[in-house]
Design a protein around this ligand. Structure first.
Ligand code: HEC
Ligand code: HEC
Length: 227
């Protein structure tokens, strides 16, 4: 008898402990980074916090330079970590503020995981285009190419041009994006946006070779620790 009630007490205590631990984990989003966020919850958060600028369908440019988040070329290249960090920290000096609590925003980790899961529902099965070996670029040559081909939309030193193109020398973008993201975005563009492809042979106005795109990436990178 004695033993049996002890077992009952231990079982109840363990059960309650597990429930509290699960609740705590889910509240802080730990669960979600293991098992993926809740896209339905993310949809509601998106409608409330993000749609005013990025558009209800993620079509972009409803306000200012907010980019097209439903763009399949963008989603194919952007990692979950890129999306998480961008939402959490924002892009300083632009309208994209940081949304995490420790960046002065109102969202917790679970909210951000749910938003990432929702953005992924827009992803289509677009193969990541070939990326030839990314060699070292020459930032001085890249700067000339940039000023001739990109500055009219992205601004003379890449801080963005309202209604034309987002900031591309922004330190938060450069910290979140790897060279492959930049290279492929420049080479292949983003369909149905003014960001046309730049690689020779494609339908864009620019006809850069692969090395020239390396040079432009090196030029953008040269801003990474300057602003
Ligand atoms: C006609 C205007 C225009 C030109 C010229 C142009 N871009 Fe863009 N670019 C855009 C727009 C608009 C976007 C955002 C597209 C979207 O909504 O997703 C963009 C997006 C980008 C991005 C992604 C930024 C991010 O926040 O993820 C990079 C990098 C970029 N452009 C680099 C370049 C470079 C380098 C050149 C020159 C070779 C160039 N662009 C030329 C308009 C332009
Ligand atoms: C006040 C307008 C505004 C709101 C609200 C806003 N954004 Fe943005 N967002 C922007 C702008 C503008 C940019 C591009 C910044 C630049 O110029 O580089 C951006 C960029 C981004 C990017 C990077 C996309 C890329 O092409 O690299 C992501 C991801 C993003 N926002 C997600 C969100 C999410 C999720 C929310 C809601 C929690 C949100 N944004 C709310 C204006 C906004």
């Amino acid at each position: 008898m004695e033993r049996r009630s002890l077992v009952t007490v231990v079982t109840v205590v363990l059960g309650v402990g597990i429930m509290v631990a699960a609740w705590t984990l889910s509240r802080y989003g730990a669960y979600r980074s293991w098992f993926g966020g809740d896209a339905e919850r993310g949809r509601a958060l998106y409608a409330f916090h993000c749609a005013a600028c990025h558009g209800p369908e993620g079509q972009g440019r409803v306000r200012g330079n907010a980019t097209q988040l439903s763009n399949p070329d963008f989603l194919a290249l952007a990692s979950d970590e890129f999306l998480r960090v961008t939402i959490a920290r924002g892009r300083r000096g632009t309208e994209m503020r940081g949304w995490a609590r420790d960046a002065g925003g109102s969202l917790n980790r679970a909210d951000i995981e749910d938003l990432v899961a929702f953005l992924r529902t827009w992803q289509r099965n677009v193969p990541i285009p070939p990326m030839p070996l990314l060699g070292r670029g020459d930032p001085t040559r890249g700067r000339k190419l940039y000023e001739a081909a990109c500055a009219n939309c992205h601004g003379w030193v890449g801080r963005g041009e309202l209604g034309m193109g987002p900031a591309v020398t922004n330190p938060d973008l450069l910290a979140a994006a790897d060279d492959a993201f930049l290279w492929a975005t420049i080479a292949y563009g983003r369909r149905d946006t003014p960001m046309f492809p730049s690689l020779h042979g494609l339908s864009g106005v620019r006809q850069f070779n692969e090395q020239e795109i390396n040079d432009v990436v090196a030029y953008l990178r040269s801003w990474q620790n300057k602003q």
